[in-house]
Design a protein around this ligand. Structure first.
Ligand SMILES: [Zn+2]
Length: 124
């Protein structure tokens, strides 16, 4: 597999920094959204209350996902410094450029990722 051009690396790094900014913004917005549910306890009907709880748990799961992604994005950004970016952390092969462009925080190549997905599905 071909190694990444310097220019492509810079582009991917820019993408990662953008994603990080967006995720951080999303995480601070969600914090407020999760707090709103506590309001209006006296007026709120049972159904609306259920709705609110559901919305809150959705907000929490979106937030968890965002937080996990942020962790990966930060890791990928730190990999630029030591030249590890773009290489699979499992088999050390270069990760396909198309995959990195679609998901710049990828730390596994496609074949290692699908192996990891399969084994996590099998686990309880
Ligand atoms: Zn791999």
């Amino acid at each position: 597999m071909e190694e990444l051009e310097q220019e492509q690396l810079q582009q991917l790094k820019k993408q990662l920094l953008q994603i990080r900014t967006e995720l951080e913004k999303q995480l601070s917005n969600n914090k407020e959204a999760a707090g709103i549910v506590e309001l209006d306890q006296s007026v709120i009907g049972r159904v609306t209350r259920m709705d609110a709880i559901q919305q809150q748990s959705m907000a929490v799961s979106t937030r968890n996902k965002a937080r996990q992604r942020l962790k990966k994005v930060n890791l990928a950004i730190s990999n630029f410094a030591n030249g590890d970016y773009g290489y699979c952390r499992q088999c050390d092969e270069a990760i396909a450029l198309l995959r990195l462009q679609a998901q710049p925080e990828s730390s596994l190549c496609l074949s290692c990722q699908s192996k990891a997905d399969n084994s996590s599905q099998r686990a309880p």
